[in-house]
Design a protein around this ligand. Structure first.
Ligand code: MG
Length: 159
């Protein structure tokens, strides 16, 4: 069996008048993430981990922020496309693990919903998707609530 590992990272700025969407779930908060798409940092980090595992470049290559087609895009739709690409090359996901770094709001109550939603889109079981959350202990931009970051790793398998 062939195995490949990939990692992904993303960060977006927190601003008012935007919804906060993480892992495809809209989380009640007075600030949301700014971006060309829906700015779902967790989903973006996961996509980059999947692409990185197969040395297929990054999401900016497939969904360039300069392309109006991706304006306000639902990141789960992009994730479904990346999943299709990975599967079309004969690979499947063994597991994903991720960390969301956010000072506020509390992420933990939403983690199970995110795992269920991502599992549905990726045609996986929720137990193949790890999502953890931490704060930045009030340090740096994330600690000052200027943004939210996410890290992800993906293990891919091929028979
Ligand atoms: Mg992004």
């Amino acid at each position: 069996m062939n195995l490949r590992i990939g990692n992904g990272y993303d960060i977006h700025q927190l601003v008012s008048d935007r919804p906060l969407i993480l892992g495809g779930i809209t989380i009640p908060h007075h600030l949301g993430l700014l971006g060309h798409s829906d700015a779902d940092v967790l989903t973006h980090a996961i996509m980059d981990a999947m692409l990185g595992a197969l040395s297929l470049g990054d999401i900016g290559h497939y969904f360039p922020p300069t392309d109006p087609q991706w304006q306000g895009a639902d990141s789960l739709k992009l994730l479904a496309q990346v999943n299709q690409l990975v599967r079309s090359k004969g690979w499947q996901i063994g597991n994903l693990d991720s960390v969301i770094v956010a000072e506020r709001p509390k992420i933990k109550p939403h983690i199970q919903s995110m795992r269920d939603r991502l599992a549905e889109v990726l045609q996986l079981s929720p137990d193949q998707i790890g999502i953890k959350a931490t704060t930045n202990e009030k340090m740096d931009a994330v600690g000052r609530e200027e943004g939210i970051a996410a890290y992800a790793v993906a293990l891919l398998m091929q028979d």
